[in-house]
Design a protein around this ligand. Structure first.
Ligand code: NAD
Ligand code: MG
Length: 297
């Protein structure tokens, strides 16, 4: 729907809360959500904007990452998706869809909170595709707790490792293999500007991602590599019903947003296409907000 050229009111383009009550164990599956998220499966039409590019997307099995994988493949890119091994069913779904359309998609399961795995992932992807032109660091961990005092050291550590350390490790490897013209896109959040008390560990990582992105951009540009970030607002993905939100809030997810509903992954993928393409050649160190009207400042 997001790619339909017909004039449409964005407020009513997609499902609005309340949503059915639902809960999944972390990290959750897109195919278990109700309503099902729209990743652009039926709607995204490519126009060769990324023809011949080689892309690695972490968390590419579901949610925002899956929408990006669909968009990139249909824009002509060869795509590797990384995800946790337990997310095989979601990864299989997007892989079947895209390979069925004749696109080149590689499944690369692995836990990026492990240093050796994160570093190897970048090099394996580059080897598999004969190079690496686009890296989307999108994998994320978000677990809500009623109070700061209930966030365990283990949770804090794992959230940092997944959201921040993995970005650092993968970036180091990527800078060694990426050619001039390549692009790195990091995923921060509205939480990287306006932190919520129940997910302070997560919000802290999103501030870190924003700072890392802005600081890295001029450094990477010395090699002709553009680094940018995207800050999503509330999006309808498995991150939320798998303990990313208190369960009662999932039913009302996105309600307080000016748009009155959460975004669907299909509504953010075009921003990732833009930042990866030559059309964004003068865009560096930028954090693009796609928040449904919630101001970042
Ligand atoms: P999602 O659950 O579909 O995607 C997150 C992915 O992270 C998972 O699919 C999983 O494959 C991956 N992941 C988690 N831990 C991992 C690990 N240790 N190793 C490898 N992969 C791991 O949810 P999403 O909302 O599409 O999340 C994508 C990004 O968007 C995240 O960085 C998230 O913080 C960010 N974001 C989401 C929202 C939202 O409302 N959904 C808002 C702002 C930012
Ligand atoms: Mg997933």
């Amino acid at each position: 729907m997001a790619n339909d050229p017909k004039l449409r009111d964005p407020r009513t383009l997609y499902p609005q809360p309340p949503f059915p009550q639902q809960e999944q164990p972390e990290p959750g599956l897109a195919q278990e959500m109700e309503p099902l998220p729209d990743h652009g499966e039926e709607s995204y039409k490519g126009s060769r904007r990324l023809q011949g590019r080689r892309a690695l997307i972490t968390g590419g099995d579901s949610g925002i990452g899956r929408a990006v994988a669909i968009a990139y493949a249909r824009e002509g890119a060869e795509v590797c998706i990384n995800y946790l091994p337990v997310e095989g069913p979601d990864a299989g779904q997007v892989a079947d869809l895209l390979t069925g359309e004749g696109h080149s998609l590689h499944k690369m399961p692995g836990d990026v909170s492990d240093e050796a795995t994160a570093r190897k992932l970048v090099n394996d992807a580059a080897e598999k595709m004969g190079g690496l032109d686009i890296l989307v660091i999108n994998a994320g961990k978000q677990i809500t707790q009623p109070h700061l005092t209930e966030i365990s050291s283990e949770q804090f550590d794992q959230t940092m490792k997944t959201n921040v350390y993995a970005m650092f490790w993968m970036t180091q490897e990527a800078l060694k293999v990426m050619p001039p013209g390549a692009a790195i896109i990091n995923v921060t959040s509205i939480q990287g500007y306006k932190p919520s008390a129940q997910i302070l560990d997560y919000a802290t990582t999103k501030f870190a991602i924003r700072g890392f992105t802005e600081g890295l951009a001029p450094l990477a540009l010395e090699r002709g590599i553009r680094v940018n970030g995207i800050a999503p607002g509330p999006f309808w993905t498995p991150l939320q019903p798998s303990h990313g939100q208190p369960m009662e809030k999932v039913e009302h997810f996105g309600e307080g947003n000016p748009m009155g509903r959460p975004g669907q992954p299909a509504e953010i993928a075009p921003a990732f296409v833009y930042l990866a393409s030559n059309e964004a050649s003068y865009t560096v160190g930028e954090i693009l907000g796609v928040t449904g009207g919630k101001p970042t400042s």
